[in-house]
Design a protein around this ligand. Structure first.
Ligand code: SF4
Length: 424
């Protein structure tokens, strides 16, 4: 299959646009003008169930849904649009909405490596032994976009990219050599595996000269947004060779697959891709968010984890979806997320450790909702800090009052900040 990508304009010229109901077409026209939309011929031809769009999780995963906006904003925009207001006329309102929905990601100055007092662009060290690396070419795009992701707003912003990425592949080397406690380098992208193998290798090879780097990790959704990357693409052989090259250097290669629904894995193309990746010696671990309307039942997670285990993949993290916008979100109530995780975990055989969920992952902490405690008739959520740039925070447990409907755990950065670093 030859890769063909579609944006909001080219998608409307495909036969599939006519398969949308009038209301779905209005939503598509409106929302894809506010946020970016991207799909491809595999997603359209083989993943989405066009006969059951209202309930199809893959349609919901790829196509923008109105819960990216607050109900009030959505209704106001829709009524103006249906009354004939052009996108140009709506532009100021659209800009306002974009601003509201762009996540305010908490950063900590401690996480920015420096050299000679200057920040080293494109490096982010959130946890003691792990560093995230952001080479400029890896921040551009994914094979398709997930409806719940707002990171791609930044991917289309060259100003943000130039501030947060590096171009010279040698950039991290001196810092990594000077900090041998960092043993894992993480490429997270956009999707790093959209690049050619040759381009990725330029950024990998300098890391393989550093003895203390023992794990190279890619976070990617290429496995299920475009499995041909690892089977029949003209660069497929090269990417598999690159994986072997990393493994042959004595490093652990962790292929962290972003998976949302079992339907993504029920496909011969994906199964062949999994086998090819495994044959290189790479270890595949899986993570994904629990998302309203896509995978928010116990069954969804039993099915997903069971299929992962059957294919020899390791379930790793279930995330709580990021809160992009105080009024609108794909996030489900925290109590429901805990219940889904705990009940599904009991029903799946063969789960290995480490295996965590539901987990909040911001850029400063990784915090799991461990359990709901019930001491002296006072129900509480127990939150455990799994990783932090502050070693003393790791392993700490804090309690917050239980509320069956809440979708917020409060300010986790403040909650797990060691006292001596807290602002007065
Ligand atoms: S693949 Fe990852 S980075 Fe790309 S749109 Fe989906 S969630 Fe965002």
């Amino acid at each position: 299959m030859k890769y063909i990508s579609y944006n909001n304009h080219s998608f409307k010229k495909t036969k599939y646009y006519g398969r949308l109901s009038k209301a779905q077409q209005d939503d598509f026209d409106l929302l894809s003008n506010i946020f970016y939309f991207k799909t491809n011929n595999y997603v359209l031809d083989q993943l989405i169930d066009w006969d059951n769009l209202e309930t199809d999780p893959l349609f919901r995963l790829n196509f923008l849904h109105k819960n990216v906006l607050s109900e009030a904003d959505y209704q106001q925009l829709l009524s103006l649009y249906q009354a004939g207001a052009s996108i140009e006329v709506l532009q100021p309102f659209i800009e306002l909405i974009r601003k509201k929905t762009t996540p305010q990601i908490p950063y900590d100055e401690k996480c920015f490596p420096t050299a000679g007092g200057e920040r080293i662009k494109g490096l982010y060290r959130s946890f003691n032994n792990v560093i995230s690396l952001f080479p400029d070419p890896m921040l551009k795009t994914c094979h398709a976009y997930c409806s719940y992701c707002f990171r791609w707003i930044a991917f289309n912003n060259s100003e943000v990219q130039s501030y947060t990425s590096y171009k010279d592949p040698q950039t991290p080397v001196t810092y990594l050599k000077a900090n041998p406690e960092i043993n894992e380098t993480l490429f997270t992208g956009a999707d790093p595996l959209t690049l050619t193998a040759a381009k990725i290798k330029e950024y990998i090879d300098p890391l393989l000269t550093i003895d203390s780097v023992t794990t190279i990790r890619f976070n990617t959704k290429a496995l299920t947004w475009w499995p041909f990357r690892f089977t029949t693409d003209k660069d497929a052989k090269n990417i598999l060779e690159l994986f072997k090259h990393i493994v042959a250097s004595g490093r652990t290669l962790t292929f962290c697959a972003h998976l949302t629904h079992v339907k993504e894995l029920q496909n011969d193309n994906v199964i062949e891709a999994v086998k090819n990746i495994q044959a290189t010696g790479a270890k595949i671990i899986c993570q994904g968010p629990v998302v309203e309307g896509i995978n928010d039942t116990i069954e969804d997670w039993v099915n997903l984890w069971s299929q992962e285990v059957a294919l020899g993949l390791q379930p790793y993290y279930m995330f709580v979806e990021l809160n992009h916008n105080a009024e609108a979100s794909f996030r489900i109530p925290l109590a429901k997320a805990v219940h889904i995780f705990q009940e599904a975990e009991k029903r799946v055989k063969g789960l290995q450790q480490p295996f965590n969920g539901p987990v909040f992952m911001n850029d400063v902490h990784c915090v799991s909702i461990d359990e709901v405690t019930d001491d002296n008739d006072a129900k509480q959520f127990a939150l455990k800090c799994l990783a932090s740039p502050y070693a003393e925070s790791e392993g700490q447990v804090k309690h917050i009052p239980y509320d069956k409907d809440t979708r917020s755990a409060g300010n986790l950065v403040e909650m797990f900040m060691p006292e001596e670093h807290s602002k007065p």
